[in-house]
Design a protein around this ligand. Structure first.
Ligand code: HDD
Length: 697
């Protein structure tokens, strides 16, 4: 999708009004505009030695300190850690058969968007790669007002009724007596809650799967999770679920990597997104809708308003109608990414809510939380205000108000007919006249009480390797619980999903090995649940981080050939050398590496290449270089090497016997390891990454 400058400019131009540039050669002033001559010394009653007490008179100093004292605002009570970017949303097919919303029917539009990704548990400074759900919150600045889809990268949620939200969040957040742990769900309280609420069982499977440790924000799905409604021009309602499917496919880290990156580069995902956008590799998602006509709402064994259930794609296919692209980084983090505020209740005409009991509560909570985080005028903040005209003569005043509304009246109706409401024909929002009947009570329908079928369906649909990861994830988490009540009960619970899973976890964490499944698993599977189904067409190396290891005496031709080809293919190539002052090739050329071995680790890269040459003697004595290869292999990464590098790589992975053909150019591919003799060009051919090939094996 080419970037439509008109659409991007709508929000960009809007933000421009409030944007200044520190590089604009403007003098420093106080906040009230007076130029400052000395920002470095507090005004003092100085004696002969130039010392003495500071004077309160110094408004410049007091303003500076006062502003600093108040720099922080309350972090989000959940999803505090996150990062965002601007982009565009475009339709390639109109959904006018089911909705009147311009953003979903007008194929000529490009709607500006802001998307914020996040983790749920950790505080604002926590690490990116923790095991957690990822937030996927989109603000669409449509011509009819802002539409927020406040979603996650997992299609289901822990609880069914929003009144339970404070409980589930308290249980996962650091425990109240010691504020431990940070960015982790591996603790007693979380798993205690999980056992106490069997409705979480489906979500449990998702968060213990690889979905909870994504390789990149760019490589995750986004889901609206809740059930919304679409209303067409005949006034007919369809229930809808929103889907975003990444062009790059769905990819995850392995757990060991995620743990290590948490320490090595806590900003790994944040930087990954910014780097890709800065390099012009704009991440894209297909946008799809799952639709159910109102009269079919009761046709399923589950309640379609239950957020702990998916609508299996085999029953309700996804209709892909649009595309989301992120193409611009923020200019300043605080006023944009930190101050952006989403509300599930922000919808536009043609879209409506459903009685999904989670959504109903969310509609209260988001609006409310923004008031304590940002104040009552949070919607006037540049990042939050709409791009379409907006005005309310009633909603005014309050802390932080900066819009000036002219006129003599602030109520409706008024004698001037100032600021009149709009009819439906004029674009006024009308609520779908849903029929209601019933008695006031607390509780949910019978179908909400079934908690295991879809948890089994998810587990059954995973590949063997994904299942193994689920077992390991449960084992890690429950091993961190030191209260036997917690881990014993949870392993028992797993017997309702899969007996083998329960047995493995019980053995690992010290539970009692279950002898029978507590619920029959009929082997039901569904499409779209295993992430292996979301591989891009043909493997891609664009934006993948590739390390080239170098020491004095490396083969310069092999190095440059590989680097050029990979760079041309859009990979981010980094040289890692024994020292950053420079390494010298066998043929005399000097290369200044991007990093040296102590500064980086294999975990921060997707693949590694070792050119041949005498430098292997140096690398073979370098513990970090050796570990780099072994660790890359353990993390299932692509490894390539030529000539002298071949035995070096073999030694580290201790597995291979490379067959060297008589021609000296035979190559062996196995477990993503490509080694060969000859030159780098023949290696590229076998590795399927040459200039004409489609990707990396
Ligand atoms: Fe929530 C933030 C996603 C249930 C109450 N939520 C928040 C964010 C995301 C989600 C992505 C971060 C938004 C941002 O980047 O600023 N939340 C979800 C999803 C849910 C969900 C997909 C289930 C379908 N949330 C949920 C419930 C409640 C909340 C049931 C309360 C009844 N969520 C909040 C909140 C937050 C929030 C307290 C904290 C910061 C904010 O809203 O703006 O109001």
């Amino acid at each position: 999708m080419a970037t439509n400058t008109k659409a991007v400019d709508a929000k960009k131009a809007d933000l421009q009004k409030d944007t200044v540039d520190v590089h604009a050669k403007q003098h420093m002033t106080t906040d009230y505009g007076v130029k400052i001559s000395n920002p470095d010394n507090w005004l003092r009653a100085a004696d002969d030695k130039q010392t003495g007490p500071s004077l309160l008179e110094d408004q410049i100093a007091r303003e500076k300190i006062m502003r600093f004292d108040h720099e922080r605002i309350p972090e989000r009570v959940v999803h505090a850690r996150g990062t965002g970017a601007f982009g565009t949303f475009k339709l390639f097919e109109s959904a006018e058969d089911v909705t009147t919303a311009g953003v979903l029917t007008d194929t000529t539009r490009e709607t500006p968007v802001f998307l914020r990704f996040s983790t749920v548990q950790g505080s604002r400074g926590s690490a990116d790669t923790v095991r957690d759900v990822r937030g996927f919150a989109i603000k669409m600045y449509t011509e009819e007002g802002n539409w927020d889809i406040v979603g996650n990268n997992i299609p289901v949620f822990f609880i069914q009724d929003s009144i339970k939200f404070p409980d589930v969040i308290h249980s996962v957040k650091p425990e109240p007596h010691n504020e431990v742990p940070q960015g982790q769900s591996a603790h007693n309280n979380f798993w205690d809650f999980q056992y106490m609420h069997s409705e979480v069982t489906h979500m449990n499977q998702w968060i213990m799967s690889d979905r909870a440790i994504p390789r990149s924000y760019r490589m995750m799905q986004g889901f609206g999770v809740n059930t919304y409604s679409l209303i067409n021009k005949e006034g007919k309602r369809h229930f809808v679920k929103f889907h975003f499917t990444p062009e790059l496919g769905v990819h995850s880290l392995v757990w060991d990597e995620a743990l290590k990156i948490g320490g090595q580069d806590p900003d790994f995902h944040r930087k990954d997104l910014m780097d890709a956008i800065d390099a012009g590799h704009f991440p894209r998602w297909k946008f799809g809708i799952q639709l159910l006509p109102e009269e079919k709402a009761d046709d399923f064994e589950f309640d379609i308003l239950d957020a702990t259930k998916v609508w299996p794609e085999d029953l309700v296919p996804i209709r892909y109608i649009g595309q989301l692209e992120l193409n611009r980084n923020v200019d300043e983090f605080f006023p944009q990414t930190e101050q952006v505020a989403f509300c599930t209740s922000h919808i536009v005409p043609g879209i409506d809510f459903s009685d999904d009991p989670l959504l109903q509560g969310r509609n209260f909570s988001y609006f409310d939380t923004q008031i304590s985080r940002l104040g009552p005028n949070w919607e006037e903040l540049p990042i939050n205000r709409p791009v379409c005209p907006y005005m309310s003569l009633v909603n005014r005043d309050g802390q932080g108000k900066h819009r000036i509304t002219k006129g003599k009246v602030n109520y409706w109706p008024n004698r001037f007919e100032a600021n009149p409401p709009a009819t439906a024909e004029q674009g006024g929002f009308t609520t779908y006249p849903a029929k209601m009947q019933g008695v006031k009570k607390r509780g949910l329908s019978e179908k909400f009480k079934e908690h295991f079928n879809q948890a089994q369906m998810f587990y059954n649909s995973l590949s063997q390797i994904e299942k193994m990861h689920v077992a390991k994830a449960f084992s890690f988490e429950l091993d961190h619980c030191d209260d036997p009540v917690v881990y014993k009960r949870m392993t028992e619970r797993l017997a309702a999903i899969d007996l083998d899973l329960a047995k493995t976890v019980a053995t690992n964490v010290g539970g009692d090995t279950p002898t029978r499944a507590t619920k029959e698993n009929k082997g039901q599977k569904a499409k779209g649940l295993s992430q292996l189904e979301y591989m891009p067409e043909g493997p891609v190396i664009t934006t993948r981080r590739i390390a080239i290891l170098l020491g004095d005496g490396f083969d310069y031709n092999q190095y440059t050939t590989m680097k050029e080809v990979l760079t041309k293919r859009g990979a981010f190539v980094f040289t890692i050398g024994t020292q950053r002052q420079g390494v010298t090739a066998e043929s005399g050329q000097k290369v200044v590496p991007d990093h040296f071995f102590v500064g980086m680790r294999s975990t921060l890269f997707d693949a590694v290449f070792v050119p041949g040459g005498k430098h292997i003697e140096v690398l073979a004595k370098n513990g970090v270089a050796k570990h780099w290869i072994a660790e890359s292999f353990a993390h299932l990464k692509a490894i390539a090497g030529v000539n002298e590098a071949v035995p070096f790589i073999e030694q580290q992975i201790g597995l291979f016997e490379v067959e060297v053909a008589k021609s000296g150019a035979a190559l062996k591919e196995s477990y993503g390891v490509v080694t060969g003799h000859g030159d780098a060009a023949s290696l590229l051919k076998v590795g399927n990454i040459g200039p004409d090939s489609k990707g990396l094996a």
